[in-house]
Design a protein around this ligand. Structure first.
Ligand code: THU
Length: 132
């Protein structure tokens, strides 16, 4: 599963639109159904309007009618595997559980795995609003 996810993230990274940072990122989320949804970062000349690769993958998943993430992969051409930014951790927490595996990789082949719970301890969730 990790190889498929990572492969999807690696492939979509080629399409990243990152003319301002020059830092292309690819991500992919896998859902309970087994489907994989890739996303890449999309920057904007109005810098804060740019979006992360993980946000693109989440949006593609929701657009396809799915809402349960069971695995995530993210890849960049960086010295060390990159971790999802804080905002993306929260976006992933909306659709994935704390024990969900997050795979982070470099283009050079270094791979680190952790869980969403490790990345975002004490996440603000629906339970805090008594929604469940
Ligand atoms: N970026 C991502 O797409 N995902 C991350 O996890 C970290 C950062 C993007 C945002 C921006 O386009 C570029 O990387 C540099 O920050």
């Amino acid at each position: 599963m990790t190889q498929d996810l990572l492969g999807a993230a690696r492939r979509v990274r080629n399409n990243a639109y990152a003319p301002y940072s020059g830092f292309k990122v690819g991500a992919a989320v896998q859902t309970a159904s087994g489907q994989v949804y890739p996303g890449c970062n999309v920057e904007n000349v109005a810098y804060p309007e740019g979006t992360c690769a993980e946000a693109g993958a989440v949006a593609a998943m929701v657009a396809a009618g799915e809402t349960k993430i069971v695995g995530v992969a993210v890849i960049a051409d960086s010295p060390n595997p990159i971790t999802p930014c804080g905002g993306c951790r929260q976006k992933l927490a909306e659709f994935g559980s704390a024990d969900m595996v997050v795979t982070m990789a470099t283009m050079g082949g270094d791979i680190i795995k952790t869980t969403l719970g490790e990345l975002l301890p004490g996440a603000f969730t629906r339970t805090h609003m008594d929604l469940d």
